[in-house]
Design a protein around this ligand. Structure first.
Ligand SMILES: C[S@@+](CC[C@H](N)C(=O)[O-])C[C@H]1O[C@@H](n2cnc3c(N)ncnc32)[C@H](O)[C@@H]1O
Length: 196
């Protein structure tokens, strides 16, 4: 092959790679990043029990980290009349959750935000719900301990928090549900860095 043709082909391939790379980057940015776990909804019976275990009181503020179709915040607002929020990285899930909140008549109490759950301020919540993965729960431990006030409740469907001892662990229709309470912050106490 003549050298000039060879160089032209290499330049063309490089240009295609750059354009494709840009398109893929734009796509990932538009999506707000890749989900760490895909959407699988918590069955309603399990949602109901998670909220019972959290012993929700008037004035509580719930955040579901990775909120999917919004069923946990929506149920919390409908059944307990509290304000609730869902955070999800997937814009399609946020759209669906907003539509569901509208259908259920709770848009005055519930909001959804497209964001990476690891980067959001969750300090205003005193109830956190999770249906993620064991390793994502582990990664969240330090954030939960540092952001949440003592007495805040964390409820997880299916996955534990490693060696954090739960206040309650029970099976609901064969699925594990865990509850932890954020302990008082002790001056000079060692910080749990295992999840960081
Ligand atoms: C297993 S689903 C749980 C949905 C809902 N919480 C429920 O229990 O029905 C996990 C959700 O987390 C979202 N997700 C995954 N990684 C995320 C991240 N880094 N930040 C925010 N949301 C994320 C997914 O898009 C998905 O909707």
């Amino acid at each position: 092959m003549p050298m000039i043709l060879y160089r032209t082909l290499i330049a063309a391939a490089a240009a295609v790679a750059i354009v494709l790379g840009g398109v893929m980057l734009n796509y990932a940015t538009a999506q707000g990043g890749r989900p760490d776990v895909h959407f699988v909804p918590t069955p309603q019976q399990v949602v109901d029990r998670m909220l019972e275990l959290a012993k929700i009181q008037p004035g509580d503020f719930l955040i579901d980290l990775g909120s999917g179709d919004g069923r946990i915040p929506i149920t919390a607002a409908k059944r307990y009349g509290i304000k609730a929020m869902g955070i999800d990285i997937d814009p399609d899930r946020i759209k669906e959750a907003n539509e569901n909140a509208k259908k259920e008549g709770v848009t005055d109490k519930v909001s959804f935000k497209q964001a990476n759950l690891f980067e959001e301020d969750i300090s205003k919540a005193n109830v956190i719900t999770l249906y993620l993965l064991e390793r994502l729960n582990a990664k969240l431990r330090l954030k939960l301990l540092s952001d949440l006030k003592p007495g805040s409740r964390v409820v997880s469907h299916a996955f534990s928090m490693g060696d954090w001892k739960p206040d309650t662990h029970e099976l609901v229709d064969g699925r594990s549900v865990y509850l932890w309470t954020i302990p008082a912050k002790k001056a000079g106490a060692p910080v749990d860095r295992r999840g960081s």
